[in-house]
Design a binder for this molecule. Structure first.
Ligand SMILES: [Zn+2]
Length: 84
């Protein structure tokens, strides 16, 4: 089972949005970009298992027409639950 690594995000590989399976993206191989993703997610680097983020954390402009992530994509959309 692949799950989204973002805090408070319930997405898994079986999650559907409007009837379509959600897309989960593996963290980048490139260390610099991977660290940026981790920072944005408030996550610590884990060597144990591969991490994934679901499409809900990326702005529309980071997707290509075929719904792939652009090479410069970084996750910026998180439910921080501010004020709770
Ligand atoms: Zn997610």
């Amino acid at each position: 089972m692949i799950t989204c690594a973002a805090d408070n995000c319930p997405s898994t590989q079986d999650t559907r949005i409007d009837g379509n399976l959600i897309t989960l993206f593996p963290f980048p191989e490139d260390d610099q970009r991977k660290n940026q993703w981790l920072r944005n997610c408030d996550l610590l680097l884990s060597d144990d298992e591969p991490l994934y983020l679901c499409e809900l954390h990326f702005e529309e402009s980071y997707f290509t027409e075929s719904k792939d992530l652009k090479p410069n994509a970084i996750p910026t959309i998180f439910d921080k639950k501010e004020g709770l």
